[in-house]
Design a protein around this ligand. Structure first.
Ligand SMILES: Cc1cc2nc3c(=O)[nH]c(=O)nc-3n(C[C@H](O)[C@H](O)[C@H](O)COP(=O)(O)OP(=O)(O)OC[C@H]3O[C@@H](n4cnc5c(N)ncnc54)[C@H](O)[C@@H]3O)c2cc1C
Ligand code: SF4
Ligand code: SF4
Ligand code: SF4
Length: 380
């Protein structure tokens, strides 16, 4: 049975929770707000199924086939998407074929959860990146039921969720398509919840959230929150927003992200989507102020699916795509002393610890010393 002794060894994909035939597993949040499986040993039969579907225990290499830059030719969809709108191009095709698309959305409390939609109107709720770990709940079971009825399904999530789904299903389905994302790592749902409370006490008064709204373009997108009265509560350049900065500075990522089981070379989706940062240098004729997607094709099925879409494509390479700022395509986020500092402060002051930790980072000599010590310890 699954027993999590080291938190780096669970990415929270929920595959074990979905797989357990006796419903012995519940996903419970720890003190950092991340979900982990907890087994009721009194009903566990030790059948071992939960271990067979775990993407950390069953990590497997997989070589990608192609690297492309691509754009959705629909200007409005591209503007409403985080990168070049490729997710929507793929999702629309699946829905036109009578299928269901599973992706990350907000629920009524502005928590991030996975859900399935089967019409174009509802697809907009899945559009756009939500920089919070999403809760899969029992989506994998729902997906299996649809696949068994020969209904086309697209699943879109993080690479570890994609790997968990593949293992959960145990066999290939010709009607299943999986896209995942170039994944920096996922921030804590608890920190997200508390950040939201800090900007609006009653989250029911919030009407709209967009982590990267492209009013001023892809590179200068804004982190926007508005309330029910139409007031703008937060409008920051996304890279300058407090919550986003804490995420990019690895203050509150899930521990497994520092040893991610599903980065480049280990993708189990058909297609991986990201931002093609540096496009103006690598393929200047293809650059676009409203966003360009990085597309990593991981399977023949993914290659064929792309050929059926009405999208603009530019051949590229992994060397070109990683030449600029997108280091996390190949590398895990770096665990630094700042995260330990953050969680220590968080216990005392709650979400005010984000600002305090970012301020603390500005003391370079002390940080350099502590990070060097941490790297040395890791090498032992
Ligand atoms: C936590 C996170 C970290 C990321 N880090 C990077 C990075 O470092 N470099 C990079 O190039 N790209 C990164 N991305 C991917 C990028 O932000 C875009 O999501 C991706 O390029 C797809 O954009 P799009 O325009 O094709 O479609 P969009 O419409 O923007 O994509 C929407 C789809 O992305 C998936 N998604 C959104 N939020 C989540 C979530 N919380 N969990 C699982 N799936 C989600 C959904 O299923 C959703 O339907 C990250 C995304 C997330 C969610
Ligand atoms: S060993 Fe079998 S019964 Fe026990 S938790 Fe895992 S899947 Fe469930
Ligand atoms: S990684 Fe997924 S399958 Fe493995 S223990 Fe964690 S939740 Fe379960
Ligand atoms: S960085 Fe890896 S472990 Fe973390 S959410 Fe992304 S895919 Fe999962």
């Amino acid at each position: 049975m699954i027993k999590i002794e080291n938190k780096e060894n669970c990415c929270g994909c929920s595959a074990c929770f979905n797989a357990c035939p006796h419903r012995c597993i519940t996903m419970k949040a720890d003190c950092e707000g991340f979900l982990y499986p907890v087994t009721d040993v009194s009903i566990c039969t030790e059948c071992g199924l939960c271990e067979k579907v775990c993407p950390i225990i069953n990590r497997k290499e997989n070589h990608s086939l192609q690297v492309l830059a691509a754009k959705n030719p629909n200007n409005q969809t591209r503007k409403d998407s985080t990168s070049g709108g490729l997710f929507s191009a793929i999702a629309e095709k699946i829905i036109e074929d009578g299928g269901t698309v599973f992706g990350a959305t907000f629920n009524n409390n502005w928590e991030v959860v996975h859900k399935g939609v089967n019409n174009i109107q509802d697809l907009s709720s899945l559009r756009g990146s939500k920089y919070v770990q999403s809760n899969i709940a029992d989506c994998f079971k729902e997906i299996k039921q649809l696949l068994e009825q020969n209904i086309p399904v697209l699943f879109s999530g993080t690479p570890c969720q994609a790997a968990g789904l593949k293992l959960y299903l145990k066999k290939e389905y010709s009607n299943l398509f999986i896209t995942d994302i170039v994944c920096h790592g996922v921030p804590s749902p608890q920190i997200w919840k508390e950040y939201l409370h800090s900007v609006k006490e009653n989250v029911q008064d919030i009407r709209y959230i967009n982590f990267r709204k492209k009013e001023r373009g892809w590179a200068d997108a804004d982190f926007i929150i508005t309330d029910n009265k139409g007031n703008t509560i937060v409008k920051d350049k996304f890279r300058e927003n407090l919550y986003y900065k804490g995420f990019m500075d690895n203050l509150y990522l899930r521990p497994s992200c520092y040893r991610c089981p599903a980065r480049y070379g280990f993708y189990h989706s058909d297609i991986t989507l990201g931002d093609y940062w540096g496009i103006e240098k690598q393929h200047p004729e293809f650059a676009d102020a409203d966003g360009v997607s990085l597309v990593i094709v991981n399977s023949e099925k993914g290659k064929k699916l792309l050929e059926e879409l009405n999208i603009q494509i530019q051949e590229s390479s992994i060397e070109k795509a990683t030449d600029n700022r997108n280091a996390c395509i190949l590398n895990h986020p770096r665990r630094t002393i700042d995260s330990a500092y953050f969680w220590k402060q968080y216990k005392k002051t709650g979400v005010a610890a984000i600002a305090k930790s970012l301020e603390h980072k500005k003391k370079p000599s002390l940080r350099r010393f502590c990070n060097k010590m941490l790297d040395r310890l890791k090498q032992r």
